[in-house]
Design a protein around this ligand. Sequence first.
Ligand SMILES: [Fe+2]
Length: 298
Amino acid sequence: MPVTVHPLSPHIGAEIRGVDISQPLAAEDVAAIRQAWLDHCVLLFRDQSLDANQQRAFVRNFGELGGRKVRVEPQNYKAVEKQEGPDYNADAMLVSNIREGGKPIGVLPDGEMWFHHDMCYSPQPNRASFLYAIEVPSRGGDTMFSSMYEAYARLPQALRERIEGRTVLQAFDEYQDRRIDLRERPLSQVPHCFQPIVVRHPETARRAIYVNRLMSHRIEGLDEAESEALLEELFAYTEAPDIRYTHVWSPGDLLMWDNLCSTHARTDFPADERRLMRRYTIAGAPVTPAWDAQTAAE
Ligand SMILES: [Fe+2]
């Protein structure tokens, strides 16, 4: 049965059918999936049955596994605690609100999470994330994806010119539904880095906005008020409802997404219901500013 591609919304997301990703894949199927991923930024595979080893093997079709450490200072690394349990390995990250002995078994446990690019606060952000649903609540906990290609394409020329060549401070720690307050926290204690405000995708050569409400703090070269105002202008484009795909999870769904050209957010869900997802990533490279790449594509 051939792999087929079914778009999920006008600007982002496609469902892939006709493949059991728990099994080794033929090279032509991997190539078809990869092309669909470049075309649609987010791919959905339904009704999959994956243990951690099978999920990891699928992810490895697309590159080297990504790390889970974030550099703060050269000699000071923050690492997610090694997880132990029957269903996961140290290189898998559990996203879960389940608690054992009062302690969450995973990370990012509860409630809403604002739009973000995974690990944009790292100098070498993971390129892609692969999230597999094991247990989901009866309602909520949806993941919304937004196309940063389309957000850029809609920017008026005057706004494009205001952000051209600029970088933005990306920082993240602790909170999921508000930015950390950098007036209270020394930057040296927070995973952070400056990134280009518009990136050039290394494979499609397209431009994509690289700011988000959760992690983007300050546009370099602007005072705080100007920076905040400009970020809000950009968020009106990056969070436009008609450039999104919202995924309502079922157990057995696997989503893979490209962190360079999409953002994602999580809706709230009942605190007393279990949500268990397993995540792997593939490693990325330093982000390329849109204006540095020598290519005719826009
Ligand atoms: Fe995320």
